[in-house]
Write a protein that binds this ligand. Structure first.
Ligand code: PLP
Length: 375
């Protein structure tokens, strides 16, 4: 029977407690949201929503084509200019998602003969980029610059070290300064994904690259998503102008993909301008994360100390993690649930996101519900 193997896989997943289901959310859910990635609370901000609406009215619902044909509007160019200036890079290129931005950057910057050195905890989109690239790959230990050094020492020819800045599961940060030094020892490029750092880390949310003093360096490229702190949708690559020009000419997920919809561009631009005007939002997200972590550990939970806005709480098993998250939801607190295969170390977690707009009372309620529903 066609696709017969699907049923076998579904049964294996069911037995392992790893079945995933979609739960469409109503627009007016009374849930306290600690599951989304809207770190600065901007997805519903009136200026951001109006930015999307105005862009759709002006430029249409879709961008109508590839960026190289009809999919680049004046608004795309404006967003790229402002993102580059804000994050401190020479140039920027906007993509339809953070995922396609990562595929583009890794594949286009690691041609045949290149060594890709990849942190074992990297996001799936970086891993997929490494799989698609025609380069040689080496996976090294998590947050281990010495392992990266060893890999680079053993290779002759171009190399690219690839890492998340803030790891999406545990919210821990990469040692960017040390990674950059190692790269410079061997003339290698450094590519970092700042999906969870933009808007949260660095001066006024300028990101982890900026915080590490790497912004504008000619051997550093940063990718990010517009779908987390900026409350919109889309992705971006930031770096030297010659790298960005190369991506325009060589990155398949740029060339063969329809440009980001104008509404998403307009929303991201409005969010960026808001963040420039209200830079304290970034520090507030970090403070909320620290407070969540302190209260959870005081209540006896095993939680990873957050380096940005992600707080990860250990669960005893995948089944209990799913039940725990469901019980939180039933008590009107939405939390994320990470379990294998999303987490290669086999440890299941609840994943909470600190939002800059959470009140003290909301933080208290979330911690109380997580405690009361603990397996
Ligand atoms: C670290 C990281 N990189 C990239 C992405 C992908 O970004 P996007 O959702 O915009 O495709 C995500 C999550 O979505 C992420 O957590």
């Amino acid at each position: 029977m066609a696709f017969g193997w699907i049923d076998e896989q579904a049964e294996l997943r069911r037995r392992a407690g790893l079945v995933r289901t979609l739960r469409p959310r109503p627009a007016d859910a009374p849930l306290l949201d600690l599951a989304g990635n809207d770190y600065l609370g901007l997805a519903h901000h009136p200026e951001v929503v109006e930015g999307a609406a105005r862009a759709a009215r002006t430029w249409g619902a879709g961008s109508t084509g590839s960026r190289l044909v009809t999919g680049t509007t004046g608004l795309h160019a404006e967003l790229e200019r402002e993102l580059a200036v804000f994050c401190g890079f020479e140039a920027a290129l906007v993509f339809s998602s953070g995922y396609t931005a990562n595929l583009a950057a890794v594949t286009a910057l690691a041609p045949h003969g290149t060594l890709l050195v990849c942190d074992a905890g990297n996001h799936a989109s970086l891993i997929d980029g490494c799989r698609l690239a025609r380069a040689e790959r080496q996976i090294v230990g998590h947050r281990d610059p010495e392992a990266a050094r060893k890999a680079l020492r053993a290779h002759e020819g171009p190399a690219l070290v690839v890492s998340d800045t803030v790891f999406s599961v545990d919210g821990d940060a990469a040692p960017l300064g040390e990674l950059a030094s190692v790269c410079r020892e061997f003339g290698a490029g450094l590519l970092v994904d700042d999906a969870h750092g933009l808007g949260v880390l660095g001066d006024g949310g300028r990101g982890a690259g900026h915080a590490a003093g790497l912004a504008g360096a000619d051997d550093v490229v940063v990718t990010a998503t517009l779908s987390k702190s900026l409350g919109s949708q889309g992705g971006v690559v930031l770096g030297p102008a010659r790298v960005i020009d190369h991506l325009v000419n060589a990155a398949r997920t740029f060339i063969f993909d329809t440009g980001l919809a104008p509404a998403s561009v307009g929303a991201a631009l409005a969010a960026l301008r808001l963040l420039r005007r209200e830079p304290e939002r970034a520090a507030r997200a970090r403070r909320v994360a620290a407070e969540l972590h302190a209260r959870l550990t005081a209540a006896g939970h095993e939680a990873v100390r957050p380096d940005a806005a992600v707080v990860s709480v250990r669960a005893p098993s995948p089944e209990e993690a799913v039940r725990w998250a469901a019980d939180c939801r039933a008590a009107q607190v939405a939390v994320g649930c990470f379990r294998p295969p999303s987490v290669p170390d086999g440890i299941s977690r609840l994943r909470l996101t600190a939002r800059a707009d959470l009140s003290g009372e909301q933080i208290e309620r979330a911690v109380r519900v997580i405690g009361e529903t603990r397996p």
